[in-house]
Design a protein around this ligand. Sequence first.
Ligand code: NAP
Length: 519
Amino acid sequence: MICIPIVANNLDDAVKDMTEASRFADIIELRIDYMKHPDLKILLERRTKPVIVTNRPVREGGKFEGSEDDRLSLLKLAIKLQADYVDVEHDSIQRLREDAALSAAAGKTKLIVSYHNFQETPANVTEIYQKLSNSGADIIKIITFATTIVDNITIYRLFQQAKMPLISFCMGEYGIISRILYKKFGSYVTFASLQKGKESAPGQVSIHELLNVYRVKSLDKQTAIYGLIGNPVSHSIGPYIHNALFMELGFNAVYVSFKVDRVADFIKEFKALDTRGYSVTIPHKESVMSCLDVIDPVSKSIGAVNTIVNRDGRLMGYNTDCEAAMKALECAIEGASHVPSPSKTATTNNTFLKGKTVTILGAGGAARAIAFGLKHRGATVTILNRNYERAQLLAGDVGCLAGRPEDFQAGRTDVIINATPVGMFPAVDATPIDRDKLKPGMVVFDTIYNPLETRLLREARGQGCTVVGGLQMFARQAAEQFQLWTGRMPSLESIEIIACERLANIQSRSDKHFLARKS
Ligand code: NAP
């Protein structure tokens, strides 16, 4: 079940929000600690969905600042008015239950005994659960703060032992997955905000995202879990793309973002959840390799993995960045101005890059995958990087030339590839190379896809260059990834449309102009 908390501070707004929330939620939580003078009678009369009444004190992360007697008397009133649920804190439940007059009325109201920890996920959650299970409550609620992604597994294991109905998840950015995967975990309910800005706790996802991006209503215990391993991950458009593809192609699967600090701990602990596959991004593409059972030869020679597949418990590593970049480039050089279908991609002539002189700006993970792909295609590659030693190291691994950005020679370059984040949202006015160095006939490929058209691409187009946007690479690497996980190749057009819609939401107005021009 999904519960939406009402955090309005006056009766009119609370009734309005309750009516709106009832369209999506199974349960409404009335956070009366947000209100100065809550009129419980009216609020409960107006309910159209079951209601939890909560009057959280400041010591448990709430807003109620009055006396304990006043606080509990509001909860007692809620029971007398036959609220469907009352949430009472672990250190107050005995006082509430001692009231004999209340016992009869309480039969109609389910008691939720709650424990909140805004600092951490303590190792002794099982002990806390045991204590709460003897409190006489109907439902136990244990909410902790995740300081690392692995804390979610502590909560997942708690569910394996729980006998009573339990609401449990982690707060904070690291804990978002436990809110989305609540059915997989076994939680009685998850909480979602009515809209952004109306959260009652850190990390609460909006109801729109929960229903439309993660499709939580269609998830269950059998749902296969996929996700992105990286840090940061909050900007990723992966969940929008892969979840939409799962829905379009009829897979009972979900894709979430895992904010990971220590990748080895993550890989080991998340075996408990039987995750089926991962995308890997900065900064784990190289370090994750030592955690895998098998690495395919291409990834091995590149030295980076961006895709992991769980095949019967064995974790296999692949790199889809390399081929995706090559195909994006080959299509552009071939003169294709649109993104071709996968079948056309498969027949792309891969001799176009042979003998071409290519300059790569950057020497990180993306540059590494691209440089190996180019070398394999027979191109002459030069890597320019502000950290010259890093450029030399990569050039040594690939067998090509290295230099500093100021060494760029326009006259000797057929293809320029930007594999640095220079020009990426929000610093969209930056460019890694001056306009006057861009010559007609050059191919300019920017791996950045946010914005869709970077300043580099805009200026290159103006100078008469053939341009390739990062989305063309992104769409291909995502499609290949999806195929490795599911055996089905999705259409690149679908991925492009979803990505454009998402990016248009977060990007500047200039991108919207670009999209309009494109269509
Ligand atoms: P990375 O491993 O962190 O490498 C970043 C590279 O950019 C390094 O060479 C770094 O130089 C250089 N760099 C960073 N900031 C710079 C600055 N202000 N000026 C000059 N150089 C700078 O990152 P990555 O994974 O390779 O990603 C690089 C770019 O590729 C990002 O923009 C990312 O969005 C894009 N990418 C796109 C796709 C796609 O599918 N379209 C896939 C992967 C990556 P130093 O060595 O000197 O620090």
